[in-house]
Write a protein that binds this ligand. Structure first.
Ligand code: COA
Length: 214
């Protein structure tokens, strides 16, 4: 017997994106990490233009996954801001993805964050980061990675390990990780294929007790 047809209650149309946590006229969020060369804070709607300009560069996207759009439009930036406002560590109200900004002006330079895992790997968070090409080679990501990894271990007591995967050829990223104390653990051969090119992915790990604290 068929079910009687039910008329759904009147509802407003679903928004295409979840709402951003902050509004444009909200104050900038306070830093979670402060170093001489950068601050790290939650994203703010006013970051959109600088984020899009910094991200819309094939040299930045080259060693990133397809989730990092290229070309990178204002709509991509808006979608990321909306999503990042919802990404929280399991069982907490703490965001996992942040903006790297200039000290003083708080102008957006790049992004850093962790992806959480589940089940027996719940104690491992995966680190990811990028910064606009104008800012490369100034030691900014080295400071950001050190400060952020410390913050992660201090903020999430159940995390025992941070992990990062680097495409073969991304020597700057390898340097950043090594200077933040990460240890090379092995290579997943041809683990990433991007635009038809197969990349080996080097795996780096940082245990809580290895985190650089000075
Ligand atoms: C990787 C990245 C984050 C580095 O940021 P950065 O702020 O320029 O890094 P730093 O200035 O702190 O340090 C870079 C280090 O790499 C070295 N480096 C830069 N380019 C290099 C290259 N082609 N080969 C070898 N080393 C290189 C620098 O000399 C420096 O090392 P040193 O301090 O020992 O001299 C930046 O290049 C980037 O955003 N790239 C695009 C996105 C990306 O690849 N993200 C990482 C994915 S795993």
């Amino acid at each position: 017997m068929s079910q009687p047809e039910q008329t759904p209650p009147e509802q407003p149309p679903a928004p295409s994106h979840p709402p951003t946590a902050l509004k444009a006229d909200d104050p900038l969020p306070p830093p979670i990490v402060t170093t001489p060369k950068c601050i790290i804070r939650a994203h703010h709607p006013s970051d959109i233009t600088r984020m899009q300009r910094a991200a819309d560069n094939p040299a930045v996207a080259k060693y990133m996954s397809y989730r990092f759009a290229s070309p990178y439009t204002l709509e991509d930036a808006r979608r990321w801001l909306d999503l990042a406002a919802t990404l929280k560590a399991p069982g907490t109200d703490i965001l996992t993805c942040y903006a790297i900004c200039e000290p003083g002006t708080s102008a957006y330079l790049g992004g850093i964050g962790v992806q959480t895992r589940t089940d027996v790997e719940a104690g491992t968070f995966e680190l990811g980061y990028w910064i606009g090409q104008d800012s490369w080679g100034k030691g900014i990501m080295t400071e950001a990675a050190r400060g952020f990894t410390r913050w992660v271990f201090d903020t999430f007591p159940s995390v025992v390990r941070l992990e990062a995967g680097v495409f073969s050829g991304n020597e700057a990223s390898v340097r950043v990780l090594k200077k933040a104390g990460f240890v090379y653990e092995g290579t997943r051969r041809k683990a990433a294929v991007k635009h038809g090119v197969a990349y080996d992915v080097m795996v780096f790990g940082l245990l809580r007790e290895e985190c650089i604290r000075n």
